[in-house]
Design a binder for this molecule. Structure first.
Ligand SMILES: Cc1cc2nc3c(=O)[nH]c(=O)nc-3n(C[C@H](O)[C@H](O)[C@H](O)COP(=O)(O)O)c2cc1C
Length: 400
């Protein structure tokens, strides 16, 4: 089988060096990458680096190898074009259809999905001109990944940082796997909870669970790749922030409830993938609980935590808001799932069996998505992103 053909456009931002890592991820995973830097990008990283790392020739202008007509051919043959970093200037040129170098020509001739990963100072990103250009590109079907918040060039911090190359790669991989960049969640705000809550007993101990957060992160990543504005409420996860996603960190079930309710106020869909503790210790010891010689420990008395899934399902923050829950079951999986779906009042419930290799901490899973309308959608064993995409397919259908 031919290797998927990826065009990596690099424009002239300080984050151009991070595109070397993105390029490496593509080549190491069997993609044929043609790097098309702008002239400005070559001020940051030279053509020799791009050529050596990609194993392909590198040109910035339409005047090299004219007999091969590269200004049309490169775009026509690509399976994916990703521009990382995308400067404010490049977004403006792409939005307005300029074609004054090889990369802008390629963007006009490409019929494949196009992903932009902008990076610039916060002022440039927030400028109405840039925002309008981004809106134009998204309206036309491009995926524009929201920049991350963090350290920018020099000592400034703010929104505008290039997301982690590994996360940009994941977005591209999903877009390639789906064969289209159809941003069917464009203009939608979705909330995803991930991880597992921890209920403290004392300053060093807690009651927790085994949820790694990987399924929730896959949901957040795939929703962003499909154009959604994503708020990820992450409970005790150690995973890198997915590209273009707002991450809110929480610890306990009570904190998770607060963060989910706040984010859900204007959300089109809420997917509760986090494992939220049903109970918490009734008392919190301000100092570490000590062993007492010759005495049995005091029993731990538990009280119920709020049922966030039932609450947001009963009191939808917006009409038509779609609510999705998760159920990890050990036996009678489907019957227990159906009962939970009815009890919680959500629209969809993803039911998976807990067991070896399955669910907690694994990269892959299998599940059945139950619908309140009686539907059953089995998702075979595979990457958590596949399950995530199935969930979003079902959510999109319900959003209408
Ligand atoms: C040191 C330095 C860093 C820059 N970083 C960025 C950046 O991160 N994002 C951006 O949009 N422009 C940045 N610029 C400005 C662009 O290089 C400039 O707009 C250039 O014309 C972009 O050309 P291109 O879009 O064809 O690559 C930077 C310029 C300099 C000198």
């Amino acid at each position: 089988m031919d290797k998927p053909k990826v065009v990596l456009g690099v424009s002239g931002g300080i984050a151009a060096y991070k595109a070397c890592e993105l390029l490496r991820r593509f080549t190491e995973s069997g993609h044929d990458v043609r790097v098309v830097p702008t002239a400005a990008a070559l001020h940051f990283v030279g053509a020799a680096t791009w050529s050596a790392l990609s194993g392909n020739p590198v040109a910035t202008e339409v005047w090299d190898d004219v007999h091969e007509v590269p200004h049309v051919r490169i775009g026509q043959h690509a399976d994916l074009v990703v521009v990382a970093p995308a400067t404010a200037d490049m977004l403006a040129k792409a939005a307005h259809g300029l074609a004054d170098d090889l990369l802008t020509n390629t963007l006009l001739t490409a019929r494949c999905p196009v992903v932009f990963a902008p990076a610039m100072h916060t002022e440039m990103w927030e400028h109405p001109a840039t925002q309008e250009n981004v809106a134009t590109l998204r309206r036309r079907g491009a995926v524009v990944i929201e920049p991350a918040v963090g350290r920018l060039t020099g000592v400034d911090t703010g929104k505008g940082r290039l997301p982690d190359p590994g996360e940009i790669f994941e977005v591209c991989r999903r877009v390639l796997a789906r064969g289209s960049a159809t941003p069917d969640l464009e203009g939608r705000h979705v909330v995803v909870s991930a991880g597992g809550t921890r209920e403290p007993l004392d300053p060093v101990r807690f009651l927790g669970n085994r949820s790694s957060g990987k399924q929730g992160y896959a949901l957040a990543r795939t929703a962003a790749a499909r154009g959604a504005r994503v708020t990820l409420v992450a409970a005790n996860t150690g995973l890198p922030d997915p590209a273009g996603v707002d991450v809110v960190r929480v610890g306990t079930a009570v904190q998770l409830r607060e963060a989910v309710l706040k984010a859900a106020a204007d959300a089109d869909a809420v997917v509760m993938a986090a494992a939220v503790a049903d109970f918490r210790p009734s008392a919190y010891a301000a100092g570490k609980i000590k062993k007492k010689d010759g005495q049995e420990p005091d029993p731990i008395v538990l009280v119920r935590n709020p049922d966030v899934l039932a609450e947001i399902s009963a009191e939808r923050a917006r009409p038509g808001q779609v609510i999705v829950g998760f159920a990890a079951e050990t036996d009678d999986v489907l019957a227990n799932g159906r009962a939970k779906l009815a009890r919680k009042g959500c629209d969809l419930l993803v039911v998976n069996e807990v067991g070896e290799r399955k669910t907690f901490g694994a990269e892959e899973s299998e599940a059945v998505v139950l619908g309140a309308d009686g539907s059953e959608t089995p998702v075979p064993y595979g990457p958590k992103e596949d399950l995530a995409d199935t969930v979003w397919d079902l959510v999109v259908r319900r959003l209408g």
